[in-house]
Design a protein around this ligand. Sequence first.
Ligand SMILES: [Fe+2]
Ligand SMILES: [Fe+2]
Length: 165
Amino acid sequence: MATLPAGYPEDAFEAFALLKTRDELTVDDLKVLALIELYGECFYQRLAAGVEHAEARALLERNGAEERGHAHRVVKAIRLKSGEAYSLPEGADNPFMKLAPSAVPASAELFGLLEQGEVDGDFAYQAWADHESNAEVADLYRLNGREETRHGERVTEVRRLLGAL
Ligand SMILES: [Fe+2]
Ligand SMILES: [Fe+2]
């Protein structure tokens, strides 16, 4: 089991709220961020698994796959900032999975939270990029951020496809 660096909440959403209060992210912050992104992948996969509409499910799965891509960019940022080769944990070895819901039922309320959360995620990445001293790392943050906004747009499309929700 991978462990969280000391001093971070065990809940992925709380940990993200803490990271949002940071200006320039430290290497420990980045390790936590990579684990949050992997949690995001799993969250979207579990949400997608309960959606029957094929196109809507595919959009949610695509968001999930991109969250994993974000984790890989964060690993690259860790290497650029510290020279450390950080490796991502597999599945349940992610410490944030302990508090993950086993199923994520679709609802209008959840879609609203995701839309807002993705926009907030983009803001956070752009703010971290603004404070980042390594230009290459800042570029990686900006790429992740732009995709978070796209995730929110996909959730809006899912909401439209599912109609009644
Ligand atoms: Fe992400
Ligand atoms: Fe996202």
